[in-house]
Design a protein around this ligand. Structure first.
Ligand code: SF4
Ligand code: MSK
Length: 664
């Protein structure tokens, strides 16, 4: 049953059982959360802000522009279309910058590891060699260390590249897409350069043509998807291991009564991985015992949680909207963050308890938090210092409440390589069975559910969309906080096949896979680009991503990163659906995003508000692609015999099992 925080009528529903349980306890009585602030705001958002037509790009403004009213142009004469396009493009640039700065840190960490510094190792040498080939690095007869150092240096050079040649990984796209990017002159050149050029072109008095602004927005977004995000995902896999299927749990029930609970929040897995290693060291376990705890329980929040969930099976306690709720249990000794998606309110929530918020990165400090700088050169020592601060809090724990029966099983770890092996079998890894099942109609299409959650629509929005998709035999790929929310809803495990239509259920049961494949954090959306490109390469589904019966959505987008992701999907030929866009105040520009951009890129943005409307729109778009491919003819329902099951690939997943280290 849904509830409203403090009976607030204008607020979104809270259906999440663990959130309901915590907020109804005495222990959380004095805590103020975002739900309270939504209620207190008591007014709708500014129309100019939400429509995208408020400009403060120079000191003659701010200007609030009304489309079509001559007297309501900007002081400089800027139209609503120019202003909304500039604002939208700056959102793309900010999102791309966040992914880029994250990726740069991962490349730096990779280079250190390659040179033998720090506690980590090169774990996936197969992937190392395959990525080295993309960068034209000789691997034959060379030491792993030498290949890794050269790869790290070449990867780092992609950020500051100044010549006009394309980024290295763009050659992984389909030939047709590469030709289109070349024709439109939107091949990203240097990762940092595209963000800088975007900011320059949206400065007062530079680019005033909304279509021209969006060409650079596409180039900037592509430098994220096929550049920084992809680099981050690939090098993180090489360093910490490419995810394979494993069982784990999500939700607040992953907190433990008798252990030191430490939430790792943010995005860059260098910190989280070091904490995982340090939490297994004997001196840390002894310190926990000395302070009265049975062990150390690391749990994740947001995307850093997804990173260690995918690679180590460490539980994710909470997604974005539950970060205040997990603290409100009173059972958390410390929340340790690096960068991105930490709400500034968490220091205030923590002040009600014995909990420390520990910031660890000079780029992201917070009033009310304790700052312990995480030094990559002394990663283990830094991690131990952070753990020590948390462990010492255990004795101070007061009244607390850990929600009952809120541990949901998930099977995660669906990297592009896993999907390849799972469907094609270990010795003939291939997307062929996936394509065949799409062509024969058992799988109607593929939907990517990505991005954040927020406080505007009900917290079951992802679940409603996905249940409708599964019922209609659409296979779902999920990342980010959307994946966490679907995990909480019980849809990210093989048993969820029962919610699917008959033919998708048969495929999932034959392979032993969940109908929602968890592909990782928000930078890991780059895995979806590779998977989609691989589907095209396998044949039978057209010759570009734009032909695939596939579509993406970030229904509860919150972060600017989600808009950058949306734009790199559109620029890669994939349709996307958002719940809203900050462009409605500019008629021509809005129409261009929703329709006109299709003529250039073969894909466009879509907007639908209600969850079921979003799901139905996605199915409609998938069907339109099936029609265009000529594969939408009604098929007889075929029951699987043993031979057909064998044809699906390697049989039920054999790797599933929790390989995560017990930090306790
Ligand atoms: Fe106003 Fe133009 Fe300055 Fe924007 S750039 S604030 S529209 S005068
Ligand atoms: S953490 S960007 S709320 S997905 Fe990646 Fe979640 Fe969105 Fe942050």
């Amino acid at each position: 049953m849904a509830i409203k925080r403090n009976g607030c009528e204008g607020c979104a529903d809270i259906t999440c059982v663990s959130t309901q349980q915590v907020l109804s306890q005495d222990v959380a009585r004095n805590v103020k959360t975002a739900y309270d602030r939504v209620k207190a705001r008591g007014m709708s958002a500014c129309l100019f802000g939400s429509g995208g037509t408020c400009c403060r790009n120079c000191n003659m403004g701010p200007c609030q522009i009304i489309d079509g009213v001559d007297d309501m142009l900007g002081i400089c004469g800027a139209t609503a279309d120019t202003v909304a396009a500039r604002n939208f493009a700056r959102v793309v640039a900010a999102g791309a910058a966040a992914h880029t700065d994250h990726a740069r840190e991962m490349v730096r960490g990779f280079l250190d590891t390659a040179k033998g510094h720090g506690p980590h190792q090169i774990k996936d040498t197969v992937k190392l060699k395959s990525l080295a080939a993309v960068f034209d690095i000789e691997t034959e007869g060379r030491e792993i260390k030498d290949i890794a150092v050269e790869l790290g240096e070449k990867a780092m050079a992609e950020f500051g590249k100044q010549d006009n040649t394309p980024l290295s990984m763009l050659k992984r796209a389909t030939p047709k897409r590469q030709a289109l990017w070349k024709k439109l002159n939107i091949f990203p050149r240097g990762i940092d350069r595209e963000v800088v050029e975007m900011m320059h072109r949206t400065h007062m008095g530079v680019d005033h043509d909304h279509e021209n602004i969006m060409l650079q927005a596409s180039r900037c977004a592509l430098s994220d998807g096929w550049g920084s995000s992809m680099l981050s995902t690939e090098l993180t896999d090489i360093m910490f291991g490419t995810p394979v299927p494993r069982r784990a749990i999500v939700d607040l029930g992953s907190l433990k009564e008798d252990q030191v609970n430490i939430c790792v929040h943010g995005h860059e897995p260098l910190l989280a991985e070091s904490l995982c290693l340090a939490a297994q060291e004997q001196d840390m376990l002894d310190l926990a015992k000395k302070n009265g705890a049975a062990g150390i329980n690391l749990v994740g929040v947001c995307c850093t949680g997804n990173e260690i969930l995918m690679r180590r099976g460490i539980p994710v306690a909470a997604g974005f909207i539950q970060q205040e709720i997990v603290l409100s249990t009173g059972a958390v000794e410390a929340m340790v963050g690096d960068v991105q998606c930490l709400m500034p309110s968490i220091a205030n929530v923590a002040s009600n308890f014995h909990t420390d918020i520990i910031t660890t990165n000079y780029r992201a400090k917070m009033p009310g938090a304790v700052h312990i700088q995480f030094e990559e050169e002394q990663a283990l020592e830094s991690a131990k210092q952070i753990l020590t601060q948390a462990i010492k809090n255990f004795k101070k724990r007061g009244k607390f409440f850990i929600p009952k029966d809120t541990k949901m099983d998930v099977v995660v770890g669906f990297s592009h390589e896993t999907i390849n092996n799972m469907l094609g079998g270990r010795f003939r890894a291939s997307y062929r069975p996936l394509n065949d099942n799409i062509i024969n109609g058992r799988i109607r299409g593929v939907a990517a559910i990505v991005g954040c959650d927020n406080f505007q629509l009900g917290d079951n929005t992802h679940e409603i969309i996905v249940r409708e998709l599964l019922k209609n035999n659409v296979l779902v790929l999920a990342t980010g906080c959307a994946a966490t929310s679907l995990g909480r809803a019980g849809l990210v495990n093989p048993e969820a096949a029962r919610f699917c239509g008959d033919s998708l259920r048969e495929v999932c049961e034959a392979v032993g896979m969940p109908p929602v494949l968890h592909m990782g954090s928000c930078v890991d959306n780059s895995r979806i680009l590779i998977a989609a490109t691989e589907m095209v390469r396998q044949g039978g589904l057209g010759d570009d991503i734009t032909d695939l019966p596939a579509i993406g959505t970030a229904p509860l987008w919150m972060s600017e990163k989600a808009v950058a992701i949306g734009q790199y999907f559109v620029a890669s030929g994939a349709q996307v659906v958002f719940q809203d866009l900050p462009t409605t105040g500019a008629k021509n520009f809005n129409k261009y995003l929703l329709e006109g951009i299709m003529g250039q890129l073969g894909a466009h943005w879509n907007v639908a508000k209600e969850p079921l409307e979003i799901a139905r729109l996605m199915i409609e778009k998938i069907d339109a692609k099936r029609d265009a491919l000529g594969i939408n003819k009604k098929k007889e329902r075929v029951l699987f015999d043993m031979d057909m099951r064998r044809d699906l690939g390697g049989g039920p997943l054999k790797d599933v099992g929790c390989h995560g280290p017990s930090a306790s």
